[in-house]
Design a protein around this ligand. Structure first.
Ligand code: F6P
Length: 321
């Protein structure tokens, strides 16, 4: 059993990261293990921004979005020299194991660190609003984010229908259309454009024109940022259809906010699992949820594979939109 572990959050923040960190910290303390917080992700590991945490350090955070530990996208950590520096700091504090909470890039960072770390136990938790970590169907923060988007779609519907407009909503997801697909289906969008599926904008414009001619009052089009720029797409739609078109780029509002019940609960469950595993020396695994159950996935499998959008959802969207 390890005597001292550390936890960090990395990459884009997501609602529920705090709940996961809290669970890691409190589980470790419950087990009599010293626990350190690494502030500002891998960059903080390089800069030795590492501080011991107590149970009180994580009080009053379960309801907060973001991550109290801070996060960063570290260029230096991508170099071997940066990772060696980071590892030396862990050794200096006699940290024997690590829990990493983050998305694909952050878990890849963990796998690179693991190769240098001479067997130091490393456990990952999927924390990103994008829900794109292979081997899992849930990532911490995705539920809150999709509900934030749904709320925006509902509001944009009101104004779109009043003005007989087309409204294009650009949502996050550089490589993954999960947020667009889920919010688009739940929000009753007319079209959902995702990076994983080809679309023909000319065809869409023809259909939009026809539907307006036959009496449609308004249309909602959800675009994942990875499928194209919402601003560009709305310009083209406006020009090709002649229908009054507006765009709303939701941006970082999707990353904030108080986490939903699902995100708080699942983050807490995963945080406990990660802490117990790393303390007992388990290494190179990612704990996540799949079909409602906690699963452990090999860290290297998780980062070397790409999660695809559920084809059933893509099919359902085609039927319903
Ligand atoms: O957290 C993942 C993600 O939200 C992507 O969907 C998005 O493209 C990216 O982060 C934006 O990151 P940044 O905060 O660095 O602009």
């Amino acid at each position: 059993m390890l005597k001292s572990i550390a936890v960090l959050t990395s990459g884009g923040d997501s609602p529920g990261m705090n709940a996961a960190t809290r669970a890691v910290v409190r589980t470790a303390i419950f087990e009599g293990v010293k626990v350190w917080g690494i502030y500002n992700g891998y960059q903080g590991m390089i800069e030795d921004d590492i501080h011991e945490l107590t149970s009180r350090s994580v009080s009053d955070i379960i309801q907060r979005g973001g991550t109290f530990l801070g996060t960063a996208r570290s260029e230096e950590f991508k170099t071997e020299a940066g990772r060696k520096k980071a590892l030396a700091n862990l050794k200096k504090h006699e940290i024997e194991g690590l829990v990493i909470i983050g998305g694909d890039g952050s878990l890849t960072g963990g796998s690179l660190l693991s190769k240098l770390g001479n067997g130091m136990p490393i456990v990952g938790l999927p924390g990103t609003i994008d829900n794109d970590v292979w081997g899992t169907d849930y990532t911490i923060g995705a539920d809150t984010a999709v509900n934030t988007i749904l709320d925006a779609i509902n509001k944009l519907r009101d104004t779109a229908s009043s003005h007989r407009r087309i409204i294009v909503i650009e949502v996050m997801g550089r490589k993954s259309g999960w947020l667009a697909m889920m919010s688009g289906i739940a929000g009753g969008a007319e079209y959902i454009l995702v990076p994983e599926a080809k679309f023909d904008l000319d065809q869409i414009c023809r259909e939009l024109k026809d539907s307006y001619t036959s009496g449609r009052r308004y249309s909602i089009i959800v675009v994942a940022e990875g499928a194209g720029s919402g601003i560009e797409i709305s310009k083209q739609i406006g020009a090709k259809t002649g229908i009054d078109t507006r765009v709303s780029v939701l941006g970082h509002i999707q990353r904030g906010g108080s986490p939903s019940v699902e995100d708080r609960l699942k983050a807490s469950i995963l945080g406990e699992r990660a802490a117990l595993a790393v303390i007992s020396g388990v290494s190179n695994v990612v704990f996540g949820f799949n079909a409602g159950k906690v699963v452990s996935i090999d860290l290297f499998d998780s980062v070397n594979n790409t999660k695809t959008l559920d084809p059933e959802l893509v099919r359902l969207a085609r039927v319903l939109t």
